[in-house]
Design a protein around this ligand. Structure first.
Ligand code: ATP
Ligand code: MG
Length: 260
């Protein structure tokens, strides 16, 4: 991507994270994970494994009961959240959690303006982020009038405009059409940032990342080169995410004997 920041991407380290929601449910149960500066890591795992909960620890929206998250070597604490949040951008699973001003343009401008960018730079960042998300001409559009897929793209644009050193995506491919998925994969591969990508959509995830971690019951069950993990059907089945069944269905459909 042409939008580059002056500072290099940051590494991310999570060590022994434990987190319980107020109702007592344990969502993270000793999660440890390292992501090198500039690396692109995918996280897969069944629904309820703790993926979104983990992401919310990266910029201190949630703080762990035990363990630590370090961004560029600096531990995330209550008293340094402003600095951490200038480095880590999170694209939430639900775009309605990300968009809060009346128009798309205002939403995308909010982050850069809040970081102290001039009006000129803010305008440039807004235009670039909107064009990266194929949202040219959407600046004045009211957020509540967007389709769900358009909202997802607007939410992505708000984070891209801040040019964070770590970008964490929570299911970014959901509700995007195939052309937009292809564009987003290319954008993610070109980002000058450390990328953490949660996705149940395995094909675009594999196309976007170098390494995969499997989360299961609040811990990292396995991590390694993406294709190695994706081929380990026993591991995937053990964790309830054997996406190879889709390949079986495709083969039946393409051979004309779908039985569907
Ligand atoms: N606000 C909450 N209050 C209580 N429990 C919660 C809350 N949010 C999540 N949980 C629970 O914590 C666990 C982990 O949830 P989380 O949302 O992190 O899973 P996930 O891996 O992101 O799942 P999905 O793939 O469905 O998005 C689940 O058991 C979930 O029910
Ligand atoms: Mg989730």
């Amino acid at each position: 991507m042409s939008a580059r920041s002056d500072s290099p991407p940051c590494g991310v380290e999570a060590e022994g994270l434990v987190f319980r929601y107020p109702d007592g449910r344990t969502a993270l149960d000793g999660l440890s994970l390292r992501v090198a500066p500039g690396e692109r890591l995918g996280i897969i795992g069944p629904s309820g494994a703790g993926k979104s909960t983990f992401l919310l620890h990266l910029n201190g929206i949630l703080l762990p009961e035990a363990g630590v998250v370090r961004i560029g070597g600096e531990a995330v604490r209550k008293d340094n959240l402003r600095r951490i949040r200038s480095r880590v951008g999170i694209v939430f699973q639900n775009p309605d959690d990300q968009l809060f001003t009346p128009t798309v343009g205002e939403d995308v401008a909010f982050g850069p303006r809040n970081m102290g960018c001039s009006a000129l730079e803010t305008g440039q960042r807004v235009r670039l982020a909107l064009s990266q998300m194929r949202l040219e001409g959407y600046e004045q559009r009211p957020v509540h009038g967007l389709s769900f897929g358009e909202k997802r793209r607007a939410a992505l644009a708000t984070v891209l405009a801040m040019r964070p050193r770590v970008i964490a995506f929570d299911e970014p491919f959901a509700n995007l059409d195939p052309g937009m998925v292809e564009q987003l994969v290319a954008l993610i591969r070109g980002l000058d940032a450390t990328v953490i990508l949660i996705s149940q959509e395995i094909l675009p995830a594999l196309a976007s990342v170098d390494r995969l971690a499997v989360l299961h019951r609040g811990r990292v069950e396995a991590a390694g080169p993406a294709l190695e993990i994706a081929r380990d059907r026993a591991l995937l089945a053990r964790c309830g995410i054997d996406f190879h069944v889709f390949g079986d269905v495709w083969r039946r459909v393409l051979s004309g004997s779908s039985g569907l």
